[in-house]
Design a protein around this ligand. Structure first.
Ligand code: HPA
Length: 245
């Protein structure tokens, strides 16, 4: 069984280049994961692939069963997760189609099932989250990006908003004051749940639009889809090389 997994986000619901070996549908005590998990060969390695929003894309960010997704991967024996997240950019130096490997996160979400240790009948468990993304996986991604001459942003603060709507200009201004560089809706509670399960987790964030008020006009699905289509090719290239490293 694979020890590495890719959680695909918007724009990576399916991965036709994967050499399919098996599909597993594991119900967990938290419910069903977003989709059956694909076991496949990617280059020379075996990998588990899970479409975060379901396949076809059906779960909005606040409706994803993050606990079931992480628990199902854990049950399979996965201990390293590479998560792909579409994000907006607050910084002019990080334009659409940029790939960012964030090193910090601020969680603005609410009402999501965000822990495997809610207290109730279990002992309370406070994980360390000083470094929310695994330094080991981040290093592997950054070194591989250099090897394949792919330009990536090596550090960024990911602000995770509730969605599914995009933000107002005032909200983005506030996030910027907080030190946020990129804004998405799915890294939390996913990253924290992976840490609770003692799994390594890193995010590959693909910028698909400038955040609200950071470009002229409104944000359109057309521009997002275009950036996804172009940028995801490089995300896949980075994953293929990193997982086969
Ligand atoms: N805001 C929040 N999440 C997003 C954005 C955005 O601008 N773009 C893609 N995911």
């Amino acid at each position: 069984m694979p020890s590495m997994a890719v959680i695909g986000g918007t724009g990576l619901t399916q991965w036709p280049e994967l050499e399919l070996k098996d599909t597993v549908s594991h119900e967990t005590v938290y419910g069903n994961p977003s989709a059956p998990i694909t076991i496949a060969k990617l280059g020379n390695v075996e990998v588990a692939f899970l479409a975060r929003h379901g396949c076809p894309h059906q779960f909005a960010p606040h409706r994803i069963n993050y606990r079931a997704n992480i628990a199902a991967l854990k049950k399979l024996g996965v201990n390293q997760i590479f998560a792909v997240n579409a994000v907006g950019s607050i910084c002019s130096e990080i334009p659409p189609e940029s790939i960012v490997i964030p090193d910090q996160v601020i969680d603005y979400t609410y009402g999501r099932e965000h822990t495997f240790f809610p207290g109730d009948d279990q002992p309370v468990h406070h994980i360390d989250f000083t470094e929310p993304f695994s330094p080991n996986l981040r290093d592997r991604l950054l070194q591989t990006a250099q090897d394949i001459q792919l330009s990536v942003k090596t550090k960024a603060v990911y602000g995770c908003t509730q969605g599914p709507r995009l933000e107002t200009v005032a909200e983005i201004n506030r996030l910027e004051r907080d030190g946020v560089d990129i804004v998405g809706m799915t890294a939390m509670p996913e990253a924290a749940l992976a840490r609770e399960m003692e799994m390594d987790y890193a995010s590959i964030a693909l910028v698909v639009n400038m955040a609200a008020g950071r470009s002229s006009g409104i944000i359109t699905m057309d521009e997002i889809e275009l950036a996804l289509a172009k940028g995801m090719q490089n995300v896949k290239r980075l994953l293929l090389a990193t997982l086969n490293r």
